[in-house]
Write a protein that binds this ligand. Structure first.
Ligand code: SF4
Ligand code: SF4
Length: 731
């Protein structure tokens, strides 16, 4: 070992020792913070499916690749990072000796070839990511940049380190070529040979370059260890467990759909026995999120994909799912010293720690602990109420997140505490909640008018109880029974089912609201009250039938989602289909025959709770494809990336006071296609988009109608404007 190698070896060992010590300290801190969260026993089952999903989403980049160029570039950087780790390890042999290399695989041509090309593609990949970050700089693109609010220096730092380490790898190899110590043939390692041709034959160049490479890598470790909230770096390690523990690992897409039940101490809350002084009602303190919630916050890469798709953010509202997650993360880590010292409030609001326990806690942590989780700027709140109530629960954030963060569950958990304990929510929604409690529907319509939509039909609509002989229970829903536009859809669906010879029956006055708006606003108590009543009614209606024969067809995606995905949590197991699925099947099997194509251009708006939440993208398009002239015109934002109408998450019953109206934004997009018909598959979308069209003064040129009505016009053109489409007068 020469004198240069003695120095490089000592320096490499010293900086590595510091980095390892800091990294161990940082990991211990992160684990301790994540363990502060509440238990969640639902995350450990089905390990095979979890492992498969984790491998597919990491090694296969299945979610990232939907952003094709970014996804491909990131894949090479990720693989480059893994391979880089081997090359960093190799550098420890090179600081000791210029001819050093990895034992066993070092010198193997295949190893040289693979590392060479991964290195080259890694340089290209990181170059692309740097270019994308620069092109989307917040100071240029403002709110339109997905990086707005991200900690930019951290992103640049991480990318610069990756680039520098890759470049140093080629320099080391170049010096080996120049000093004739390189074992790999030129065909396998062309760039290394090209670099070597330009370098002097300096023996110690290898060891010095290896020391620089190790130093850059260890500075990276030191910086991220001193910044445990640096998700842009830590996600390289945390993404694996976060994806492994995702809520529904086997489900297609992002596993949206059912909302997480309200839990206390790891068990679903039963309102018959629940006590707010003993049980946790939603989330009022950051440590009341589960450990998975805290892992979510720690894992955020600050990539901003969620933000770029969020309808609230895109229409000028203060909510960005990314900024919400970052606020919760920063608050959790800032408050952690106080919590780890034993601090925290019990469910009656009393401090749990003694003065002695808190005596040595940092003053900043104590100040952080005093911040209300939800509160405006004046009260120093972590999350502003306008942020919390802007969410439509559309799921675009969850769908886009490459590391499977579950924003919607966290938002609703915070809403639950605000509604159930603080009674703090937009006042106009109070009318809806009172109507649900007293009348069983959000509009407060009399229950005895639920069947009024059947008046004037030229066939009998059978009721459950009057007939046992029905294949489908037609779940009409509150909108379908009381709201004028939605009643047209209900009548169109009933007419088509009758035409196709499908035996169905309705509950009529036995039906109440599915509970979706109550659950999404955070009133789990009202949701459970309504849901239990419906589950009982439905179980009675299907008594004696196995699950496969407990078939329900629903026109409202919110009912479809709640009945199909959430009633199971309360003992109601049903086979629920959306009417567009059933209609597509009836057309495909020849039971319904479209005869007159609807013309004038048609576009389709994917309802969030049908599309993203339940992945029903194709059937409505198949129905429209069979009934219209020419091709369906897609909007730029469609399918998984469809833009919300603004009504979900109980926003239908709240005023939209901030920013541009979401429905107007969507209507402008629909109208930009030139289509004269905007087809929908949801009564709320129908209302919102019709209002948007009318607001733009385009009611004469553009019509918003349900997919079922489009099909009916094609199947029974003689009935256009006739009984099935006419709204009967309600009592
Ligand atoms: S669910 Fe939709 S509205 Fe809510 S934060 Fe996510 S993207 Fe935004
Ligand atoms: S998409 Fe996921 S990782 Fe990216 S900023 Fe949003 S929450 Fe963070």
């Amino acid at each position: 070992m020469g004198s240069v190698q003695i120095v490089t070896t000592i320096l490499a060992a010293a900086i590595t020792a510091v980095a390892v010590w800091l990294a161990v300290r940082a990991v211990s801190k992160m684990v301790a913070v994540i363990r502060l969260g509440q238990p969640d026993p639902t995350r450990s089952g089905d390990k095979i499916s979890r492992t498969r999903t984790m491998l597919a989403e990491t090694a296969g980049h299945t979610r990232m690749l939907r952003w094709s160029v970014v996804g491909a570039a990131h894949w090479f950087v990720m693989v480059g990072f893994i391979v880089l780790s081997l090359l960093v390890l190799e550098a420890y042999f090179e600081v000791v000796s210029p001819t050093g290399g990895l034992p066993l695989i070092g010198g193997w041509t295949l190893y040289g070839l693979v590392t060479e090309w991964i290195g080259i593609l890694g340089v290209v990949g990181i170059g692309v990511l740097i270019a994308i970050r620069l092109a989307n700089r917040p100071n240029r693109a403002g709110r339109r940049s997905r990086f707005t609010g991200s900690t930019m220096w951290q992103g640049y730092f991480v990318e610069a380190v990756v680039l520098a380490v890759l470049v140093m790898g080629f320099l080391i190899r170049g010096f080996k070529v120049a000093t004739d110590h390189f074992e790999y043939p030129t065909w396998a390692t062309p760039l290394s040979h090209a670099v070597g041709a330009a370098l002097p034959g300096w023996e110690s160049g290898v060891s010095v370059a290896a020391l620089i490479k190790i130093s850059i890598s260890m500075v990276w470790v030191i910086v991220i260890s001193l910044n445990v909230t640096m998700g842009v770096a830590w996600h390289r390690f945390l993404a694996f467990p976060n994806i492994f523990f995702k809520r529904r690992p086997g489900a297609a897409g992002s596993g949206l759909g059912a909302l997480r039940p309200m839990m206390s101490d790891g068990k679903p809350l039963d309102f018959e026995e629940a006590d707010p002084e003993k049980d946790q009602f939603g989330v009022a303190q950051v440590e009341q999120f589960t450990w998975k919630g805290l892992l979510d916050f720690s894992t955020c890469t600050e990539c901003g994909r969620c933000q770029s798709q969020c309808p609230a953010w895109n229409t000028g509202k203060p909510l960005s799912p990314k900024l919400l997650v970052l606020s919760l993360r920063d608050h959790a880590y800032a408050k952690a010293p106080y919590l780890l010292a034993g601090g925290g409030k019990d469910l009656t609001g009393e401090e749990k720690a003694t003065a002695a326990q808190l005596a040595h806690v940092d003053v900043l942590a104590l100040a952080e602990a005093e911040k209300p989780l939800i509160g405006d700027a004046e009260s120093g709140g972590v999350i502003d109420p306008d942020v919390l109530w802007s969410c439509t629960t559309c799921g675009a954030c969850v769908e886009q997140c490459p590391v499977d963060i579950e924003h919607v569950d966290h938002i609703v958990d915070m809403r639950r505490y605000q509604v159930l304990i603080e009674s703090s929510f937009p006042s106009e929604a109070g009318v809806m909640l009172r109507n649900l409690e007293n009348k069983g529907n959000p509009w407060g319509a009399p229950q005895n008018t639920r069947e009024d939509w059947t008046k004037g039909l030229d066939f009998e609509v059978p009721r459950v109880g009057e007939t046992e002989d029905f294949e489908y229970l037609f779940w009409v829903g509150c909108a379908g029974a009381f709201e004028d536009r939605a009643k047209k859809t209900t009548r169109a669906v009933a007419t088509l089912l009758n035409e196709a010879g499908v035996s169905f029956a309705i509950l009529g006055e036995g039906e109440t609201c599915s509970g979706d708006p109550a659950r999404r606003i955070g009133n789990e108590f009202v949701f459970q009250m309504l849901a239990q009543q419906n589950v009982e009614t439905l179980n009675e209606a299907f008594e004696g039938r196995e699950k496969a024969k407990r078939k329900i067809v629903a026109t409202c995606p919110h009912c479809f989602n709640t009945l199909g995905n959430e009633y199971g949590q309360l003992g109601g197991e049903f086979e629920v289909v959306h009417h567009t699925q059933l209609l597509a099947h009836l057309v495909a099997t020849g039971k319904l025959t479209p005869v007159q194509p609807v013309d004038g251009g048609v576009t389709y708006h994917d309802p969030c709770y049908l599309g993203r939440h339940n992945r029903v993208f194709t059937p409505p398009r198949e129905v429209l494809g069979s009934a219209i002239e020419g091709e369906l015109t897609e909007m730029p934002r469609n399918s998984e990336r469809s833009f919300c109408c603004g009504a979900g998450g109980a926003r239908m019953w709240m005023e939209e006071r901030i920013g541009k109206r979401i429905n107007v934004d969507r209507v402008e997009e629909a109208m930009s296609t030139g289509a004269r018909t905007v087809a929908v598959g949801c009564p709320f979308c129908s209302t919102m988009l019709t209002d948007g069209v009318n607001g733009k003064g385009a009611g004469e040129q553009v019509e918003v109608i349900d997919v079922a009505s489009v099909l009916l016009r094609s199947v029974k053109p003689e009935q256009v404007g006739g009984a099935e489409e006419t709204t009967p007068v309600t009592g």
